[in-house]
Design a protein around this ligand. Structure first.
Ligand code: AHR
Length: 500
């Protein structure tokens, strides 16, 4: 208390490039994400492919660069061949991750078509549960090969001459989890992932391979990085400028009943990025990886606020999001911007329905409270990250996870900044977590008299939300002349945007 809060930003000090892929999505065969979400044939809101047009428009509004598919946990019993070819021949299968039935009406070709319509790049996750390396190689060949070979020809037979050129491939999903049909030890996983990586890159050296990590701060992460991030003359034909593993995946979900613990929890996700980054360096040091080999980046391919107890739907899904959750999502995104150097990709889980900011009904779509920060960040926080110095009061209460305290601060004002690709427009993102206090903040770095565009996401109280026919959380646009200090409203996200 006492001193006026201040934020200082210097646009001349660009630190790291922001990879636009941090705004990526995730569509899983889970709940209503695929069926009734992106794919809803027969619904008047769908196009001739059965794709929901309102969902496509929302993906385009966000400008989702990459979309991960088909799981998640679902992928651990998924056989891609079941989902290609004439629909009448496709088998229905028991689905063991969510104990449902998979009709296989939507598969690889439908997903690729959907990606083309949306304008997003596909990212496929391989089955490390019941799947084999042969199957994985077949899927890669089906998607990417131009040769006169069996699976490439099967793709042609199914109506697609040109390869899909799928760049991103994950070596399994959450293989460490006790919920997997074949939970793996880190030793078994690392061995298998390394062998699969070599084979996959022999077939198509241009792909980006993603290793299955845990949270970024577990012994699993340490071990699998150590075993797999090495330079291997056999795997890469002796090329010292290529790596077998290009990214390391981590997942973090946060949630808490109490507002402050809920909204500040994603500070822990930022800490997870820092810890993962250190483990990547450690693996490279311990394995003497030549410095010419590219350093793996982090693929944060599942993140969100998720409380399966609070969610009313089957599977602990269909989560209703509040303004408090929207602030948590904003802090996740601020963390991705601050840690841009390490971030290769991030995928909100999921992109529609399940635990998404976007919920469909039979006759429309709801943009939940957490949709708006995601949309604003994707639209404006691109280019380069620029460091900020913040003086703000500190939240001293309970945090979740508890270990945030002592490893990373939890100020009431959580801030990041970006300058666009051309170096012309700066955007400052400020989350005021406080439930009662609006902060009058001295801003250093915005020339007085500048015309500043202001976007504010807020609502009357932290439990405000948009489900059930309400529209309590939205974006309010305004202008500011930068002549004085700026008052950041209580429980809000504010983006200030000006031309330098
Ligand atoms: O996003 C829901 C589920 O959470 C995913 O299927 C799984 O990977 C994670 O446990």
């Amino acid at each position: 208390e006492g001193e006026q809060p201040s934020i200082s930003v210097n646009p001349a000090h660009k630190t790291a490039k922001i990879n636009k892929n941090i705004y990526s999505g995730f569509t899983e065969h889970m709940g209503r994400c695929i069926y009734g979400g992106i794919y809803d044939p027969g619904n008047p809101l769908s196009d001739e492919n059965g794709f929901r047009k309102d969902v496509i428009e929302a993906f385009q509004e966000i400008d989702v660069p990459v979309t991960r598919y088909p799981g998640g946990n679902f992928v651990a019993t998924y056989h891609w061949l079941d989902g290609v070819g004439p629909k009448e021949n496709r088998p229905a299968r028991p689905e063991l991750a969510w104990l449902g039935l998979e009709p296989n009406e939507f598969g690889t070709d439908e997903f690729m078509k959907w990606c083309e319509v949306v304008g997003t790049e596909p990212y496929l996750c391989l089955n490390f549960g019941t799947g084999t390396l042969d199957e994985a190689l077949g899927w890669l060949e089906y998607c990417n090969s131009t040769q006169n070979t069996y699976y490439a020809n099967l793709r042609r037979k199914n109506g697609r001459e040109e390869p899909y050129n799928v760049k991103y491939w994950a070596l399994g999903n959450e293989c460490w989890g006790p919920w997997q049909v074949e939970q793996m030890t880190k030793e078994d996983y690392a061995k298998k992932a390394y062998q699969w990586a070599k084979a996959l890159k022999l077939l198509d050296p241009s792909i980006t391979l993603i290793l299955c990590g845990e949270t970024g701060y577990s012994s699993w992460d340490y071990y699998v990085l150590k075993q797999c991030v090495k330079w291997d003359v056999h795997g890469l034909g002796g090329d010292r400028t290529k790596s077998l593993i290009d990214m390391h995946s981590i997942h973090v979900y946060t949630a808490d009943k109490e507002h402050y613990a809920n909204a500040t929890a994603p500070r822990g996700a930022e800490r997870a990025i820092q810890m993962t980054s250190a483990l990547i360096d450690l693996a490279r040091i311990e394995n003497n990886v030549p410095h010419t080999v590219p350093r793996p980046t982090i693929c944060f391919d599942e993140w969100n606020v998720w409380d399966p107890v609070r969610a009313p739907g089957e599977l602990g899904a269909e989560e209703s999001y509040t303004l408090s959750d929207a602030l948590a999502v904003s802090i996740f995104l601020n963390g991705f911007i601050r840690q841009a150097r390490d971030m290769g990709m991030a995928n909100i889980a999921q992109s529609v329905n399940v635990i998404s900011p976007l919920m469909t009904t039979k006759d429309g779509i709801v943009k939940q409270a957490s949709y708006w920060p995601y949309m604003l960040f994707s639209r404006y926080m691109r280019g380069w990250t620029i460091p900020v110095n913040v003086r703000a009061e500190e939240y001293e209460g309970r945090t979740n996870p508890e270990w945030i305290r002592g490893t990373i601060e939890t100020p009431f004002l959580d801030v990041s900044a970006a300058i666009d690709e051309k170096g012309e427009v700066v955007t400052l993102a400020v989350v005021n977590v406080h439930e009662e206090k609006s902060y009058d903040v001295k801003l250093d770095g915005i020339p007085s008299g500048k015309q500043v565009d202001v976007y504010t996401v807020g609502g009357d109280h932290v439990q405000a939300g948009n489900m059930g026919g309400k529209e309590e959380v939205k974006i309010v646009e305004s202008k500011w002349d930068a002549k004085d200090s700026y008052v950041f409203p209580k429980h809000s996200l504010t983006l200030l945007r000006w031309r330098i």
